[in-house]
Design a protein. Sequence first.
Lengths: 139, 71
Amino acid sequence: MVLETKNLGTVEYTQEEIITFEKGILAFEDEKEYLVLRNQETEFYYLQSISNPENTFIIVDLKDVMPSYDPEVDVDQLADLGNIDNNLCVFNMCTLKDSLEEMTVNLLGPVVINMDTKKGKQVVVAKDNGYTVKHKLFK
Amino acid sequence: MLALTRKKGETIVINDDIEITILGTNGDQVKIGISAPKHIPVFRKEIYEQIQSENKESVNNNFDLLKNYKK
């Protein structure tokens, strides 16, 4: 299948690659289907909306760049992702506006994806641990 | 919105399985106890609003800047 995106050009994908967010993500509740695409040159990924090809987010797996990040998430929040024993990926949404140095990452609302069931959800961490929605990635 | 007046120690029941108890007051602060089934998430509204508003800021950013990123 082919998606003509506004930000990333033409993207080819298969049915198996579609990640379904049954509740959408906060503020984008109507957009339920996404692709996770690697940005080949960097550690970042894109969360590309299929429902609305104009919408793209930058996401990051903080294991790579902020190993100290240890979000506590209520297991019950993950119930709609199916079996959560394995193959869970956690990404965090980034905000990149004026410069790379000022890039921030949202530590309070991680995106959890079950790569087996291809279901995703943006969750709210159970304890904030001093986390904010605007954590500077590069201090 | 339904407005109920409750005294300290009194409880409101929602849908048979959610209980909200007024634990106490201190000036303009109200301490509330919430008892709900585990699958029902309970959060401060500000946290939701912060995440919503940050999501709106995160969409369609300056992707070209990623080209300057050095691993």
